[in-house]
Design a protein around this ligand. Structure first.
Ligand SMILES: Cc1cc2nc3c(=O)[nH]c(=O)nc-3n(C[C@H](O)[C@H](O)[C@H](O)COP(=O)(O)OP(=O)(O)OC[C@H]3O[C@@H](n4cnc5c(N)ncnc54)[C@H](O)[C@@H]3O)c2cc1C
Length: 457
């Protein structure tokens, strides 16, 4: 008997689950992969760098084209949207977008990998020509089309990592760029004192930052295209406007099907990525909540790192369920590690922010240091700022944030590994990390910060 697998969403989580299943089950399974766009397995992460011109060819962002998926044996239907799930009859209803034709698909295993929805507050003018979201390759094409009209000024609304990466893209394209955000400092995933370093660096690069600025409306010019972003305090002229307002899980289909949804709006799964209480239904990627290992709470973090792991785990677990062979894999949770860049400035973070730790009732100490990315005598180094947050008494490392020159950002991985393993700041200070003058001072900046924190805990 052929096992019927239906996968909704053909990007990071869905396509990797589908490919893993097909590799594992071969002709034992019919894998139907439904995707409402024309693109599959594309790197949204690369869109800002493609829009900036750093990556000239859009096709290089596509890891696996629809043709390749079909050649690998997947029954991929692009331009097809899943519109309902019925767990009782084990069917998915889907509609072909071009014709409106509706089909029913029975399944033995269903994978929900529908991603996230960009947030769009009810601000008048967000639908004007020249206002661009940045989620899909079509969004990137539309932004490039606007850029081809020769705009001089860009306004980016939202200073999260996508907002600042797009600010870099606009700046690289030679546009006078302003970033507006409700928060006083950019990068809300950092503590404000670290965000202030990002703001200062942006201003040095010629990118204006306007914090505490709630957008009231986006206005059109005489040609009907976007012309300005209006806040209570000021009007910022912009011939192109980019939205980086964050995302929420795309979990509506699951909610309507009666599947469990958590407080953060994502589908709730167990560690094996099985939807809680629903045998044969699996979910992963930006549409689900994940367990934060530091806070012990479920959260929603839309990142490709998690989505790809979920896809692999779901695929392997479905193969193991069908064959009865192999262990069930588990997703171990997250510690909130992320990295980004604005021009030459690298920004990374992991674990809890200071305020977050205090909200959880933890008594914390913090240490903040400025150091070099290379030995002081070695040419070409830059400055790096490291902040660490540790629990008073136990000395457990709870969080770390890094803002600095080239070579600074990936130092966060050592901190993430330490937090993952519950290490203390004293233990991190003793870690055997790599050193040679072109790469680091003899005391790595992370260890300078943990050494200082160790003296305070
Ligand atoms: C500009 C940008 C930069 C990013 N940079 C980074 C980065 O540097 N590092 C990082 O880790 N992450 C980054 N991300 C996040 C990363 O791209 C996402 O976390 C990842 O793509 C999530 O994968 P997913 O499979 O869960 O969802 P998605 O990639 O969103 O895929 C979901 C798919 O499901 C389809 N779909 C949805 N509903 C239906 C339906 N009802 N029927 C059929 N198809 C449907 C969608 O069309 C989509 O193709 C970035 C994202 C963006 C937008």
């Amino acid at each position: 008997m052929t096992i019927r697998i239906v996968v909704i969403g053909a990007d990071a989580a869905g396509a990797s689950a589908a490919s893993t299943i097909k590799r594992g089950l071969k002709d034992q399974a019919h894998v139907l992969l439904l995707e409402r766009q024309q693109w599959t397995s594309y790197a949204a992460c690369g869109i800002p760098y493609w829009v900036s011109g750093d990556i000239p060819d859009m096709n290089s962002l596509v890891a696996r084209s629809p043709e390749k998926h079909r050649a690998n044996g997947l029954d991929l239907r692009t331009g097809v949207e899943a519109i309902a799930i019925d767990p009782a009859s084990r069917t998915v209803t889907a509609r072909t977008l071009a014709t409106g034709e509706v089909h029913q698909h029975g399944y033995d295993h269903l994978v929900i990998a529908t991603g996230a929805v960009p947030l769009r507050p009810p601000i008048p003018g967000l639908d004007l020509p020249g206002v661009h979201g940045v989620q899909t390759l079509d969004d990137g094409l539309a932004a490039l089309e606007s850029l081809s009209t020769g705009p001089a000024r860009a306004v980016v609304i939202g200073a999260g990592y996508i907002g600042i990466e797009m600010a870099e893209a606009m700046c690289t394209r030679g546009l006078q760029t302003t970033v507006v955000d409700l928060a006083d400092e950019p990068m809300g995933t950092l503590d404000p004192d670290m965000g202030a370093l990002v703001r200062a660096a942006m201003e040095e690069m010629g990118i204006a930052y306007r914090g505490g600025a709630g957008v009231d409306s986006v206005q059109a010019g005489g040609d009907g295209r976007v012309a300005a972003v209006v806040t209570a305090e000021a009007t910022y002229p912009g011939d192109i406007v980019v939205l980086g307002l964050g995302v929420r899980p795309r979990a509506d289909l699951a909610r309507e099907a009666g599947l469990p949804i958590g407080a953060r709006g994502g589908i709730r799964t167990d560690a094996q990525q099985r939807v809680e209480g629903h045998e044969g239904i699996w979910a992963g990627g930006d549409c689900v909540e994940v367990l934060d290992r530091v806070s012990g709470q479920h959260t929603h973090i839309a990142l490709g790192t998690h989505a790809n792991k979920h896809g692999r785990i779901i695929g392997a677990n479905i193969v193991a369920s069908v064959t009865g062979k192999g262990p069930q894999l588990a997703f171990p949770g997250v510690v909130g590690t992320a990295i980004s860049r604005i021009c030459d400035l690298e920004i990374s973070r992991t674990g809890l922010r200071e305020a977050q730790a205090r909200e959880l009732g933890l008594d914390v100490v913090t240490a903040k240091v400025e150091a070099g990315t290379r030995a002081h005598y070695f040419p070409g180094g830059g400055t790096v700022h490291v902040k660490v947050i540790a629990e008073r008494g136990t000395g457990r490392l709870l969080g770390a944030q890094i803002v600095g020159a080239a070579g600074a950002g990936k130092r966060i991985d050592a901190a993430a590994t330490a937090i993952w393993n519950g290490m203390t700041v004293e233990e991190v200070t003793g870690l055997d990390l790599a050193y040679a003058p072109p790469f680091s001072p003899v005391w790595d900046p992370l260890q300078v910060a943990t050494r200082r924190a160790a003296s305070l805990v």
